[in-house]
Design a protein around this ligand. Structure first.
Ligand code: GLV
Ligand code: MN
Ligand code: MN
Length: 416
């Protein structure tokens, strides 16, 4: 059989159309926080495309959507070969993060179908609820529930940054489905994704064969002090939650620098109460995002942050409490699938390197239940979680063709 190639115009057409949903004016980016009206509209659009391709649609209790394609010679009793990702975005997101993996999956199906070929195994393309974790923590929520890492009932009770609950929002947007969680175990799971970092571009390499994902630790820290008059309260009499939040924020950066290696640390969200120019803040809530490829170093970072907060609490006479929002250990992908990514990239004459992922991905959840790997394509200037996120057509085409070859290999192809 000749080598098949995806149709890049068709794929980019769908990427463009999906990016119009929740488009951020004047940019290429999108805002489709999980389970918002924009997310719902994006979901409905992708489901329309799945239906057009003749896929069976299953929506599970956490709102994951799995489209499954059976060709004329597919054995429907066999486990699916699954690909996919997410279509929710951060509030100020790009158009590629997650969306590429889902739409490239549809492109794989269409490429095979239009040649009149049929896979031996069913091919499934999924998009998973709340991968970003920006509205509802933890990140990778839908895929975590799919693989049985979190019970459905607990997930439905998660409260978001706006006080809404996952279950209620799923009902509101009509995406609380009937398919069971945990879901069926696939034969294998593959995810195509933009790198979201600078490595491939800097080294002029087309494909990343992702062999691992670093560990993720998210903590919400709440500081309760005392509000008071900004003009009259002597400095030594303050219990200033705003200042303490600032100290914690700079400590997170110092901590990452001191631990060094792969350690990163971010305070991406701070809320002050009452948040007024002339009032010492009574309350601050902030998030610490710590990540490392080495779980021992990550634990060290968590401990040092906790100790720092304890000391500050005593020194400033403020109450500091913390809540874990997400904690995932580093994940290793399936060696033989990673080798296949390298092999197929080379056979398509594409430069390739093994690498680790700095971002979290649905694939890291699937690695718990089936052989899993990821394919990365370059991100311009290493930008992501930013409306300017960009990956060229050629780079998308390269990655999607590697995905296609991998899916064909795993699903097996027959003439239909
Ligand atoms: C998900 O995008 C994450 O890595 O934060
Ligand atoms: Mn993503
Ligand atoms: Mn993301």
């Amino acid at each position: 059989m000749d080598t098949l190639y995806i149709n890049i115009e068709r794929l980019c057409g769908r990427l463009d159309e999906l990016a119009q949903v929740g488009a951020i004016d004047g940019t290429m980016g999108c805002s489709r926080l999980a389970l918002t009206d924009e997310d719902a509209e994006g979901r409905r659009l992708v489901i329309t495309w799945m239906r057009d391709l003749g896929m069976d649609i299953a929506i599970d209790g956490i709102g994951n959507v799995i489209g499954t394609w059976y060709g004329s010679k597919t054995d429907q009793t066999l486990p699916s070969v699954m690909t996919g990702s997410h279509i929710d975005t951060v509030r100020t997101g790009g158009r590629f993060d997650g969306n590429l993996g889902v739409l490239a999956g549809l492109e794989v199906v269409e490429t095979i179908a239009e040649r009149g070929l049929s896979p031996a195994h069913p091919i499934s393309v999924g998009f998973f609820t709340g991968e970003e974790g920006s509205r509802y923590a933890p990140d990778m929520l839908g895929s975590l529930v799919y693989v049985g890492g979190l019970g459905l009932e607990s997930a439905l009770h998660i409260e978001g940054i706006d006080g809404t609950k996952v279950g209620k929002e799923l009902e509101r947007i009509d995406f609380r489905g009937q398919a069971p969680c945990p879901g069926p175990v696939p034969k294998a799971f593959l995810e195509l994704h933009i790198e979201q970092g600078p490595v491939l571009e800097a080294e002029n390499i087309s494909i990343g064969a992702v062999d691992s994902v670093q560990g993720i630790s998210w903590t919400q820290i709440t500081i309760e002090g005392q509000s008071n008059h900004a003009g009259t309260t002597p400095m030594q009499m303050r219990h200033d939650a705003g200042w303490v939040a600032g100290e914690v924020t700079s400590f997170v950066r110092r901590l990452a620098n001191e631990i060094g290696g792969n350690q990163v640390g971010t305070v991406g969200k701070i809320d002050l109460v009452p948040n007024l120019v002339n009032v010492v803040a009574s309350r601050a809530t902030l998030t610490a995002d710590l990540r490392n490829t080495d779980d021992e170093r990550l634990k060290e970072a968590e401990l040092r942050l906790a100790n720092f907060c304890d000391d500050l609490s005593e020194q400033e006479d403020v109450r500091i409490t913390s809540e874990i929002l997400a904690r995932f250990e580093p994940v290793k992908f399936d060696d033989s699938l990673v080798r296949e990514v390298i092999k197929f990239s080379k056979s398509l004459k594409l430069s390739v390197k093994s690498m680790t992922s700095g971002a979290g991905h649905d694939a890291q959840m699937f690695a718990r239940i089936c052989p899993t790997a990821m394919i990365f394509v370059p991100s311009k200037n290493g930008l992501s979680h930013n409306p300017d996120e960009f990956t060229s057509q050629e780079e998308i085409e390269n990655g999607s063709n590697v995905l296609l070859q991998m899916m064909i290999q795993l699903a097996g192809l027959n003439h239909g």
